[in-house]
Design a protein around this ligand. Sequence first.
Ligand code: SAM
Length: 254
Amino acid sequence: MADWSPETYLTFEDERTRPARDLLNAVPLADPAFVIDIGCGPGNSTELLVERFPAARLLGIDTSPAMLETARARLPGVEFRLADAADFRPDAPPELLFANAVFQWLPGHLDLFVRLVSELAPGGVLAVQMPDNLAEPTHALMREVAAGGCWAAKLAGAARAPLPPVRTYYEALKPHCRLLDIWHTVYNHPLADAAAVVEWVRSTGLKPFLDPLDADERAGFLAAYTAKVTDAYPPLAGGGVLLRFPRLFIVATR
Ligand SMILES: C[S@@+](CC[C@H](N)C(=O)[O-])C[C@H]1O[C@@H](n2cnc3c(N)ncnc32)[C@H](O)[C@@H]1O
C-alpha cells in the first residue's frame, strides 16, 4: 500500500479519536510503567495515553513513516519507532498494549493477540478497537464498484477480511486472561454530506481500492463510488447525513 496521509486522516480527528477515548476509559490500570501504542498513527491515540499516564514510559509504533513524522512533531517527548505489529516484540513486558483501529489490517491478528497477552507484565492489559463495518454501505459499495469496473482484476484482493465472530475471540483469549471484556459500540457520526463520507473512508478503508489504480481509473472509481454513496446516505431532514459506524472493542487483562 502507498503511505498513509496524516492530513487526510486527521480531517475527522475528533470522530476517529472518540473510540480510542472510549477504549482507554475501559482500561483498568492506575499506574502502568510501560505503555505501547500499536499503530499509533499521527499520535492522536498516543496523546490520550500521555494524558492518562504521564509517569509511564510510552512507545508508539507504526509502519507509516509519514504518520510517525506527524506523531513525533506532535509529541516530542515520546519515543516513536517504525515497526510492524505482525512481528513486533516489546523489549520489556508492558503493562498496557493499546491498539486503536490497526489490527483490522492484520488478518492473522487472533494468534497475534494470544502472543501479545503472553508478553504483558502480570496484570497487564491488551486493549484493542477495530472497525467492524464491512457490512455497512460504505464498504459494501467499495466491493461492488471494484467488482463492476474495468479495474476488477486489479482490485480482486483489495477487500479486507471480515473480523471473526466475537465468540472466536473469546474462546481464543479467555484461557490466557484473568478478565476479558468484549463489546460493540455503534457510532452515528453526523457529516456534512455524502462527499464527506467518501472523504472519511478515502484515507482508510478505501485506500486498498485506490492505491493500485492509475490516475484515470482512480477518478472513474471515485465518481462511481461517490454516486452510490450519495444514494445510500440520503440527506437528513435538517441537512447533513449520518455515517453509521460499528466498532468492536476488546479489553483483555492477563
Ligand atoms: C486508522 S490509523 C489509527 C491511528 C491511531 N491509532 C488512532 O487511534 O486514530 C491506523 C494506523 O495503523 C498503521 N498500521 C497499519 N498496519 C500496521 C502494522 N502492520 N503495524 C503497525 N502499524 C500499522 C497505519 O500506518 C496507521 O497509522
